[in-house]
Write a protein that binds this ligand. Structure first.
Ligand SMILES: CC(C)(COP(=O)(O)OP(=O)(O)OC[C@H]1O[C@@H](n2cnc3c(N)ncnc32)[C@H](O)[C@@H]1OP(=O)(O)O)[C@@H](O)C(=O)NCCC(=O)NCCS
Length: 334
């Protein structure tokens, strides 16, 4: 294998995740929209998802996941130098969720910001955080993916409300030695796809008014089939590009930790790449699509099942609203 030459790499040294305790099953959705467990499972793979109680926001989930990652590494929040929060559901437009998390955890001497890239936001935030480690600017960067999708779902729209859940995951990035850590990445955006998945209300184009509320503009709007087709094609394409550039064969990949939007998208990606089925992490049945939370939640599932070990060659892959596309190749380091 031949990897890009980087003087200092960043590696993930801790992982923490959090989902709120309340669970909504497919049977719960059968009571509120015209749907069935059979339809949801066969079309998406989802059986249940976690949702917050009223008053719980993205920063709460993010802070809890961060706390768990720091506890795993055995360090205090005061040692963290920067926080990047990937989210499409910030508590509010400003202040940033990063500021809220910093305050909740009592961190000192840290700076940070939010990053918006919908379902690709975790991989984008990971690479953004990694740049500070690779340049030597920082030695400890916290990258968090967190979303409370239930806050922007129309629970009368059966085509979208059954898909998403709430959740968060955090990783700590530190300098790597001996070929561990983040190896390479490939990112791409295609704004022509913006109209296929978006939330039109509440921004500067359509600030909140009675009219925007009555038109349900503060909810997720999606052309499911357009997103599905794009995702099936691009998830595989971006991974192929990354693998080819690094002279890595699909059979060399120990784990694919993909964004969990639809089990059929993940399986089609794995088939097209020719990955070993046992290398593909799928946990969508338990969490649904938690947007920026899916990839760290998938890593945690793999770890709990004993399928993520030091030295494993791991690929992350995502497609999201924007469209945004991303893939990362890394050597798991702990
Ligand atoms: C949303 C998605 C599951 C829908 O599956 P699909 O097979 O494409 O289904 P369609 O949209 O073609 O809808 C088929 C029918 O099921 C119906 N339907 C939609 N949601 C339904 C539900 N929850 N229960 C029952 N029927 C439903 C539709 O109304 C449609 O009925 P019709 O034929 O009478 O018009 C699928 O398109 C998808 O996963 N898209 C990608 C979504 C995604 O990944 N988003 C996040 C990107 S990060």
């Amino acid at each position: 294998m031949q990897f890009l030459d980087m003087t200092v790499r960043a590696k993930i040294t801790a992982l923490g995740t959090y989902v709120p305790p309340r669970v909504m099953t497919n049977a719960d959705f059968e009571k509120i929209v015209e749907t069935s467990d059979e339809w949801i499972v066969s079309r998406t793979g989802i059986r249940e998802r976690h949702v917050v109680d009223k008053g719980v926001a993205t920063s709460d989930l993010a802070a809890e996941a961060a706390k768990r990652a720091l506890a795993e590494r055995g360090i205090d929040g005061k040692e963290v130098e920067a926080i990047v929060v990937a989210t499409v559901t910030p508590d509010m437009l400003f202040p940033s969720t990063a500021c809220l998390v910093q305050n909740k955890l009592g961190m000192k001497n840290v700076w940070g910001f939010d990053l918006s890239a919908a379902c690709s936001a975790f991989v984008y935030a990971l690479q953004t955080g990694a740049q500070f480690v690779q340049t030597g600017a920082h030695k400890k960067v916290l990258v968090i993916g967190a979303d409370v999708m239930s806050s922007i779902l129309d629970y009368t729209d059966r085509a979208t409300c059954i898909l998403f859940g709430d959740g968060a995951g955090a990783v700590l990035l530190e300098p790597a030695q001996d070929g561990e850590g983040l190896i390479d990445f490939e990112h791409e955006i295609d704004g022509a796809g913006g109209c296929s998945l978006y939330m039109p209300g509440g921004g500067s184009l359509h600030p909140a008014t009675h009219d925007t509320l009555s038109q349900k503009m503060h909810y997720v709007h999606q052309d499911g089939q357009a997103v599905f087709k794009f995702a099936v094609r691009k998830m595989a394409e971006i991974c192929e590009t990354l693998l080819a550039r690094n002279n890595v064969k699909a059979s060399d990949i120990d784990r694919l930790s993909p964004h969990q939007a639809n089990q059929r998208i993940i399986k089609a990606t794995a088939d097209r790449l020719g990955l070993k089925p046992e290398s593909v992490i799928i946990n969508i049945e338990r969490y649904g699509n938690t947007t920026a939370g899916t990839i760290p939640l998938a890593m945690e599932t793999a770890r709990q099942e004993g399928h993520l070990k030091k030295g494993d060659l791991v690929m992350l892959a995502s497609v999201g609203a924007g469209f945004t596309v991303g893939a990362t190749l890394l050597r798991w380091a702990f």
